[in-house]
Write a protein that binds this ligand. Structure first.
Ligand code: HEM
Ligand code: HEM
Length: 180
């Protein structure tokens, strides 16, 4: 049994904010890079970065989920329905993230090529598992990315509502540097 805490631990806070930053960044980079033309100097570099950062974030997210399981998490505050919806939203955010990583991998490796992570090492590709994998995974990736960002914005608005309207500890426990 994990002891009750009032704050997210430092590692959980860092993981949350670093991930949020990279997720918004990857979203913008993704939308920008698909419109680049062949003669742009970023034509190859931008997808290389998108995939490299994306897969590093995948590893970080797996660690984050394990970290969440093995360390104590503070209670969610609010009405019963708010607590229930926050739990569903948090789980859905994780689920969307994992599905985006998998669909991204399936776009990139449909032709059997591996993914070079920052030219450090490569993640092997296993080719297509079904017909038109690259296109289908591309559509899934696109819609899931929009759903994730939409839900993250609602999630952020809810956090701000708790902070400014309810004036409870919701945002502080994810933000405050000093442990109280
Ligand atoms: C949170 C993580 C990620 C987000 C938010 C994200 C978001 C996006 C977005 C918005 C696009 C543009 C889609 C379009 O307009 O068609 C895109 C494209 C793409 N993403 Fe991601 N992505 C993420 C992770 C990944 C990962 C891990 C990979 C691969 C390992 C990946 C591979 C790709 C590829 C190959 C494209 C180009 C698709 C195309 O040419 O249609 N992404 N991504
Ligand atoms: C892509 C962006 C984001 C994602 C994917 C995300 C995801 C999550 C997840 C999964 C949790 C549950 C706790 C955990 O597992 O660490 C959480 C908690 C939290 N997030 Fe976010 N978040 C994002 C952006 C934001 C932003 C922009 C804000 C604030 C303006 C915010 C405020 C909070 C707060 C206050 C909590 C604690 C909620 C509580 O325990 O009552 N998040 N977030």
């Amino acid at each position: 049994m994990l002891e009750a805490v009032k704050q997210y631990n430092m590692t959980a806070k860092l993981l949350h904010w670093v991930s949020a930053l990279f997720i918004f960044g990857l979203f913008a980079l993704g939308l920008w890079m698909v419109d680049l033309n062949y003669y742009s100097e970023w034509y190859k570099t931008a997808p290389h970065w998108h995939k490299s950062i994306g897969l590093c974030l995948f590893a970080l997210t797996l660690f984050r989920i394990i970290w969440k399981k093995i360390t104590a998490t503070p209670e969610i505050e609010g009405e019963k329905w708010e607590i229930q919806s926050a739990k569903i939203v948090h789980a859905t955010l994780y689920l969307l993230l994992l599905s985006i990583f998998i669909s991204g991998y399936m776009i990139s490796t449909a032709d059997g090529r591996s993914i070079e992570i920052f030219n450090w090492f490569s993640v092997p590709g296993f080719g297509s598992f079904f017909e038109n994998q690259e296109d289908i995974a591309g559509i899934v990736h696109y819609y899931l990315a929009f759903t994730l960002i939409g839900l993250a914005v609602i999630h952020a608005l809810a956090a701000l509502k708790h902070h400014f309207i309810n004036q409870d500890n919701t945002l502080n426990k994810m933000l405050r540097i000093k442990q109280q």
